[in-house]
Design a protein around this ligand. Structure first.
Ligand code: MN
Length: 190
């Protein structure tokens, strides 16, 4: 069975809008963080925009501590349906290794703007290389920023937690189970 078939099957779950609903309200944009044991363990941070998932690979994973600045490499957009993918990507395929959905939820932009302007604002912020957003996940909560570094490689960003009531120096990565299946990566591989 191909990955795509898997993803389509996983798409119709009660907590998320189904593919048939084309236009969602803008304040229900989703985010997902997938923990991915590829050749190097990393966390894939994905924000829904324009029907796809804007994606960053974060080698050290996200942090709730505002003094941590986590390198985030922008990678290619992923299809929206990928948000629920958990499983083992076979050897020889791109991204071979196992994947769990480490966190998911919704997000809004940090700036207070009209709901129907969120995606346009996001797009211009993305171009500017400075995104501020508020996550409402099971593990990640509160305000974050993604800031593009002024380096030759245009895909190099930092993910930074902003100071708010959710900021913490406790290691959020110790919560290592999938928010979908409750499996750890290690359990999934068995
Ligand atoms: Mn990955």
């Amino acid at each position: 069975m191909s990955l795509n078939t898997n993803n389509q099957k996983r798409n119709f779950n009660a907590t998320v809008k189904t593919k048939g609903e084309i236009k969602k309200v803008s304040d229900e944009l989703i985010f997902v963080v997938q923990k991915h044991a590829a050749s190097h363990l990393h966390y894939d941070f994905r924000l829904e925009l324009d029907g796809v998932l804007k994606s960053w690979a974060i080698p050290k994973g996200p942090s709730m501590n505002p003094s941590d600045k986590r390198l985030a490499i922008m990678v290619e957009d992923h299809p929206y349906d990928y948000k629920d993918f958990e499983g083992v990507i076979p050897e020889g395929s791109y991204g071979a290794g196992s994947v769990i959905v480490w966190d998911n939820g919704t997000y809004t932009l940090a700036d207070t703007i009209e709901a129907n302007e969120v995606e346009n604002k996001f797009k211009s912020d993305l171009k500017e290389g400075s995104l501020g957003f508020i996550l409402n996940g099971k593990k990640l909560k509160g305000e974050f920023a993604l800031v593009r570094l002024k380096t030759k490689q245009e895909n190099t960003w930092l993910l930074i937690k902003k100071k708010d009531q959710y900021a913490s120096d406790a290691d959020v990565l110790k919560q290592d189970k999938s928010v979908i299946s409750n499996l750890t990566l290690e359990r999934l591989e068995k």
